[in-house]
Design a protein around this ligand. Structure first.
Ligand SMILES: NC(=O)CC[C@H](N)C(=O)O
Length: 359
């Protein structure tokens, strides 16, 4: 089979040549990379990647195909996919190839890109807008016409329209769903509790109806979510046990008065060490974020750092001195990734039941 040529054009004018796979369409998005060497179905369906073109640094992607249990939402969420080598799948659970899946879901991919050169570019100069196109001449005008990634409220696009209930026993956990990964829902459901996902602007109902709330992960620039600061005010007022994951961690920090910043190229990986400063332990964790909390702005917020990323010192976890609030910048549900931090869900439920405190 002959593949047609396709191009990844970056906003700085650089052009990477490759071949087309997936949908026969073109796209624009923020170009980011993940170093995860497995878990491509989970990453591609993670709503936190909405609006981004995802580059896999691992050279072989697609070798075990796609199966439904791996999906973190009901569709592919990335705008486009960049890989080095595309292979035919071989796995007993696979129902289709990566190529077919992207085609079915109208998501374009490009393979045989020099992903090492591209990743060095993104690491050194930072993430950047880009386009996957068949005609490289069109790339720059598409990028110029598209709104920049940082200016779009993607949470609105991935938050559910109405509550979704999963059966279970007391206590009830309300997920304030800014684009929750199904892995987080599964972690809670598997512990036998009642779980309700609420549209993220319906937090008042979540706080009224549930015993504890989880503010979920989600896509885009958290600094645009100013309406969610009222959610944090209500969490403070109600004193309900709260867990914030990734975007949820950023929303809590923002609502408490801390500031956030955009990282040069973020953390997207399944093997990032996180140092637990309270327990003096290191966990290997899953990450997908491009923004982080500025630790110099935490004084006076009541928030304290309990975990950091030892390579660059980024804040990885916060807790409140007086209120039952804990947050993680990393993903305790993993999906994909190691399960070192699943205990956070056990702890959350015991805090909600009043059996222990967070720390
Ligand atoms: N996984 C997430 O929740 C990502 C949060 C936010 N969109 C960021 O990139 O930092």
């Amino acid at each position: 089979m002959r593949y047609k040529e396709r191009y990844l054009v970056l906003a700085d004018g650089s052009v990477y040549r490759g071949y087309a796979f997936g949908a026969d369409s073109e796209t624009v998005g923020e170009v980011v990379f993940t170093t995860a060497n497995v878990g491509y179905p989970e990453s591609l369906t993670d709503p936190s990647y909405k609006g981004q073109i995802l580059v896999f640094t691992s050279p072989l992607i697609g070798n075990y195909g796609v199966s439904k249990e791996q999906w973190e939402s009901d569709s592919i969420q990335v705008n486009g996919v960049v890989i080095f080598d595309l292979t035919k799948p071989s796995h007993y659970t696979s129902i289709m190839s990566l190529d077919e899946w992207l085609r079915n879901q109208d998501v374009p991919g490009i393979f045989r890109v020099d992903t090492r050169a591209l990743t060095i570019r993104l690491r050194e100069q930072g993430v950047i807008m880009g386009a996957i196109v068949d005609d490289p001449g069109r790339g720059m005008s598409m990028i110029n016409e598209a709104p920049s990634y940082d200016s779009i409220n993607f949470v609105k696009l991935v938050s559910p329209q109405s509550p979704i209930t999963y059966g279970g026993e007391d206590p009830c956990i309300g997920i304030i769903d800014c684009g929750v990964k199904l892995g987080i829902v599964r972690e809670l459901v598997s512990r036998g509790v009642e779980v309700i996902r609420y549209p993220c602007l319906m937090w008042r109902r979540a706080l009224d109806e549930c015993d504890g709330v989880l503010i979920s992960n989600g896509p885009g620039n958290p600094m645009l979510l100013t309406e969610l600061t009222s959610l944090v005010d209500d969490v403070v007022k109600d004193r309900k046990p709260t867990l914030g994951i990734c975007l949820g961690h950023q929303v809590v920090a923002l609502g408490m008065g801390a500031r956030l910043f955009k990282m040069r190229y973020g953390h997207r990986a399944i093997n990032k060490p996180v140092l637990d400063l309270v327990r003096n332990r290191v966990y290997v964790t899953t990450h997908n974020h491009g923004y982080a909390v500025d630790p110099s702005t935490l004084s006076g917020t009541g928030l304290k750092v309990w975990a950091i990323q030892p390579d660059d010192g980024t804040v990885e976890g916060l807790y409140h001195e007086k209120l039952p609030i804990l947050t993680t910048q990393f993903h305790p549900e993993a999906r994909p990734g190691p399960v070192d931090t699943r205990w956070i869900f056990d702890k959350f439920i015991s805090v909600v039941k009043g059996e222990s405190g967070w720390m």
